[in-house]
Design a binder for this molecule. Structure first.
Ligand SMILES: *Cc1c(COP(=O)(O)O)cnc(C)c1O
Length: 391
């Protein structure tokens, strides 16, 4: 008999909650195996292809042997310059490409690593809930203590800092925020960001704002960047991504901008763990960041038509929801008699429509489901029709 090791996971892995989308994917596979024609509105992954001018830039960049070697850790200067130019033209924010821009292998990578740079075991991290699951998990991996800030309909899905105990604020090292928000699709105001800056400065808390959805907006109303608020660079950074803006989720490129000392800390972790972003991807991303406004408004327009179809449709069925001003999600109250998981199971079972249970993003999301606008208008209308038959 061969000797064998006992594979015993580390405590940090054993303590992880089940990855939300793994269990949803299992439900989907089971339904499909039964022959159900599933309309999948559960995952926030754009269904449209990357615009062809970006793909063509990649095709020529990949043939250049200069790009076949290790890239620089912080990103090519030309890429960081393109980010700086984009931030200036889109938000009016001034960033030094040498010290205030850092490339990331997708923003998820940076969000996942940042607590390792700043959080010691026992330090508190303020995390919005419901929210992107990576914020609490990266906190736990660093040994930090997660302090949830509930986002509720009553507070406009903005954390209420007056509800956070003074002792928690004093022990907090870092705060995650995300607007336009996933999953609630809420937007932040200038006044809110100004409050964030005051709190952060008073209690010495590094602000990590995630702006992944800043370019998916409706009715011509552009969301703010945290970086356009006076004083933001003194207290924190902003994570950004090409994934949602340019339909590039598979390419794995994002960036962080803002406070140079915070970026230097994140850079230190990264230089010990990864070796940067494939330069051909950076070259294509420079082209992406210069994309003509008409292409982007075309992408937004597709989402807006789906948003209108789903919003009007669900409202017509008597469901309670607010019309999103940005992001590609609809955050919807579940009808009476159901909890989030029960309603999602009922939708899949009886209508073949897959949504994400709100409590999967944190306990305060109980009583809601999230629909992603990642299927065509026709499929969206069909989903509404099917849901109408089972309500
Ligand atoms: C999609 C998403 C990201 C991650 O995007 P990357 O592809 O890793 O750049 C980050 N934050 C939120 C809230 C997201 O929904």
């Amino acid at each position: 008999m061969k000797a064998k090791v006992t594979v015993d996971m580390a405590t940090r892995v054993k303590n992880l909650p089940p990855y939300l989308f793994a269990s949803i994917d299992m439900m989907k596979q089971e339904a499909k195996a039964k022959g159900v024609d599933v309309i999948d509105m559960s995952i926030g992954d754009p269904d449209q292809p990357t615009p062809s001018h970006i793909v063509e830039a990649m095709q020529s960049a990949v043939a250049n042997p200069d790009h076949h070697r290790y890239p620089s850790y912080e990103g090519m200067l030309s890429f960081r310059e393109a980010v700086s130019v984009w931030y200036k033209s889109r938000f009016g924010a001034v960033l030094d490409p040498r010290t205030e821009v850092l490339s990331l292998i997708g923003s998820k990578e940076g969000i996942g690593h940042i607590p390792l740079a700043f959080v010691d075991p026992g330090d508190h991290v303020l995390v919005p809930s419901p929210g992107y699951p990576v914020y609490p998990v990266s906190t736990l991996f660093a040994g930090g203590q997660v302090q949830l800030m509930p986002l509720t309909e009553q507070n406009g899905y903005l954390p209420d800092f007056s509800a956070v105990p003074e002792t928690v604020l004093k022990n907090s090292k870092l705060m995650f925020l995300n607007y336009p928000n996933n999953p609630t699709s809420a937007l932040a105001t200038k006044g809110f960001y100004e409050d964030v800056i005051k709190i952060a400065a008073k209690y010495n808390i590094i602000v990590c704002h995630d702006a992944a959805y800043s370019e998916i907006y409706y009715d011509g109303k552009k969301p703010l960047s945290f970086m356009e608020i006076d004083g933001a660079k003194e207290v924190g950074i902003e994570f950004h991504s090409l994934s949602k803006t340019y339909n590039m989720t598979g390419w794995r490129i994002g960036f962080a901008v803002g406070n140079r000392d915070v970026l230097a800390g994140l850079g230190k972790i990264k230089s010990n763990l990864d070796s940067g972003v494939f330069q051909a991807v950076q070259e294509a991303s420079i082209v992406a960041l210069k994309t003509d406004e008409s292409v982007l408004s075309g992408i937004r327009n597709v989402y807006q038509q789906r948003r209108d179809a789903l919003y009007e449709g669900l409202r017509g069925l008597g469901m309670e929801l607010t019309k999103p001003g940005a992001s590609f999600y609809l955050w919807t109250k579940v009808p009476g008699g159901y909890d989030s998981a029960g309603f999602v199971a009922h939708l899949l079972d009886k209508a073949g429509v897959l949504a994400t249970p709100g409590n999967g993003f944190g306990a305060p999301g109980e009583g809601y489901v999230r629909f992603a606008l990642t299927v065509t208008v026709d499929r969206t209308k069909e989903a509404v029709e099917r849901i109408g038959k089972i309500l």
